[in-house]
Design a protein around this ligand. Structure first.
Ligand code: FAD
Ligand code: NAI
Length: 474
């Protein structure tokens, strides 16, 4: 096995494995080192996203949505379901199968693209001339040599101070994806993306879910109008969300007791069977020997990079969750590709203005670009067009009419500045808005495009028409 490479990627999550594949496609001899193992000790590349993130969470969201539909929506279609029950173990086994398919898929892609895979933990060793020596600990223990290094070591969940995860009662994302039977009472700290998605899974399966959020506003990152709509829908679904709380002591015994003060400053206490702590994630630089190599971190512990993902060290790059910017798999992938292109002397580009966000609750929430609060704060004059799914024929046929599409366009030029969706298939619909914004489209451009009927995408066209106050179906 060769031990000298043009490009060595440390970390095999979406940032790392995609960077490795693109580097190999560009003709570089490439290696990828990843430490993740299955319970049996086998390699499990794909990082957080594949193992305990995007993929397993969407598998559980799908299973729980089917259960919810069977229990609450089938009857309206004339479908009677008797003896409806959920086998949580079977649901978890399916989720594991989906995860393994993705792990194996990445190993296959490595082989196909001639990326050398090393299962173990990579760390910076000394320099050898212009090259870097990378020490690998674990199954593939050895030292390899790299002309270029891409650090893609991802992130880890942040724990509450003094309350470590035990993954039995106090759960990180990993534990939240492996709860063995539906808890009667589930607590969630943090009403962010993980809190809402995982809270939804277990609520649909019958848990009483209480979400405790520190910030006074709900879903502060979203457009206010969309966030308000979401709060209403989640309340209707039985998710209890308290904002503006301050978490105090957390005591774990047979149950977990959380002491907190509510938004009025009143002391409260709640008992849960299990508690998911989803209060953000921390960059993962542990075990890299960053200090030894002189790799600069920023004040929050992220690997410090410039706009092109260059670190302070020659020929060392960093991408994904371990660097600044949104912690999203597609952002990590885009950076990985851009870095491989830059190493090849090509023009790598990531447009941070058009990175879409999706929250996979039901209804889904998705957005791209600026929201109304941001435009107001920046003093930008804009026009707004909204169109409710209630007035969309396909949504009515689906029986899923909650929410709207909202388009924001520059008042002077009509250029689209942001699109915000809450509603069915928002994750898919947002792609049209991303393309439009990437091409510098105006709301009129979307309004002039023929959209298939009946389709949810017509709501996008109608929102664009609404910017000019000329919706057709409302
Ligand atoms: P990671 O995926 O974290 O991968 C880093 C890899 O590097 C890991 O395999 C780790 O073991 C390995 N590693 C670390 N240090 C070393 C070392 N020294 N040597 C070798 N290997 C090392 N994002 C979305 O866009 N959509 C979603 O739907 C979504 N859902 C999510 C759901 C949950 C529950 C969570 C927790 C996250 C979700 N995310 C989602 C975020 C997404 O998972 C991350 O943004 C993405 O995984 C970041 O990719 P990465 O390659 O930077 O890091
Ligand atoms: P998050 O940043 O989305 O949300 C954390 C929430 O916890 C915030 O609302 C914050 O105000 C709150 N919080 C922080 N400290 C608190 C405290 N002490 N008490 C109460 N509330 C507190 O982080 P989350 O949900 O942990 O997810 C991490 C990241 O993973 C996300 O930012 C996102 O980038 C990624 N992710 C993406 C998904 C997607 O794209 N669909 C799905 C899940 C995660």
């Amino acid at each position: 096995m060769a031990n000298t490479f043009d490009v060595v990627v440390i970390g095999g999550g979406p940032g790392g494995y995609i960077a490795a594949i693109r580097a190999a496609q560009l003709g570089f001899t490439t290696a990828c080192i990843d430490a993740w193992s299955t319970a049996e000790g086998k390699p499990a590349p794909g990082g957080t996203c594949t193992n305990v993130g995007c993929i397993p969470s969407k598998a559980l969201l799908q299973s729980s949505e089917h259960f919810d539909h069977a229990g609450h929506q089938f009857a309206e279609h004339g479908i009677a379901v008797k003896g409806l029950a959920i086998d949580v173990q079977k649901m978890l086994a399916r989720k594991e199968k989906v995860v393994r398919q993705n792990n194996d898929g990445i190993l296959f892609l490595f082989k196909k693209n001639k990326v050398e895979f090393f299962h173990g933990r990579g760390s910076f060793g000394s320099r050898k001339g212009e090259a870097w020596l990378i020490d690998i600990a674990g199954k593939s223990a050895q030292t390899i040599e790299a002309k270029h290094v891409i650090v893609a070591t991802g992130s880890t969940p942040r724990a509450l101070p003094g309350t470590p995860f035990d993954e039995k009662r106090i759960l990180s994302n990993a534990g939240a994806l492996a709860i063995a039977s539906t808890p009667k009472k589930l607590g969630v700290i943090g009403a962010g993306v993980i809190g809402l998605e995982m809270g939804s899974v277990w609520r649909r399966l019958g848990a009483e879910v209480t979400v405790l959020e520190a910030l006074p506003a709900f879903l502060g990152a979203a457009d206010e109008q969309i966030a308000k709509e979401a709060a209403k829908v989640f309340a209707k679904q039985g998710l209890t969300i308290h904002t503006g709380v301050k978490i105090g002591k957390v005591v774990s015994g047979k149950q977990v007791t959380v002491e907190y003060t509510d938004a009025n400053g009143t002391a409260q206490s709640a008992d849960f069977d299990q508690l998911i702590v989803s209060i953000g994630r921390l960059p993962n630089t542990e075990g890299l020997n960053a200090a030894g190599a002189g790799l600069a971190l920023d004040e929050r512990g992220f690997v410090h990079v410039d706009a092109d993902c260059r670190t302070n060290l020659p020929n060392v790059w960093a991408v994904g969750d371990v660097v600044r910017g949104p912690m999203l798999a597609h952002k990590a992938e885009e950076e990985g590709v851009a870095v491989a292109e830059r190493i090849a002397g090509r023009h790598g580009h990531v447009d941070f203005n058009t990175v879409p966000w999706v929250i996979y609750t039901s209804p889904e929430i998705a957005w791209v670009g600026k929201n109304e609060q941001q435009l107001k704060a920046e003093g930008v004059e804009y026009r707004v067009g909204t169109f409710p799914f209630m007035a969309n024929g396909r949504a009515r046929a689906l029986g899923d009419t909650t929410g709207m599409v909202k388009m924001l366009a520059d008042a002077r030029t009509d250029r689209i500045l942001g699109v915000h969706i809450i509603g069915p298939m928002a994750s898919e619909l947002i792609a049209e808005a991303v393309v439009a914004m990437e091409f510098g489209a105006s709301s009129e451009d979307i309004a002039l495009i023929c959209h298939a009927h009946p389709s949810l995408s017509e709501a996008m066209k109608e929102a664009a028409l609404a910017v000019d106050k000329r919706t057709l179906n409302l």
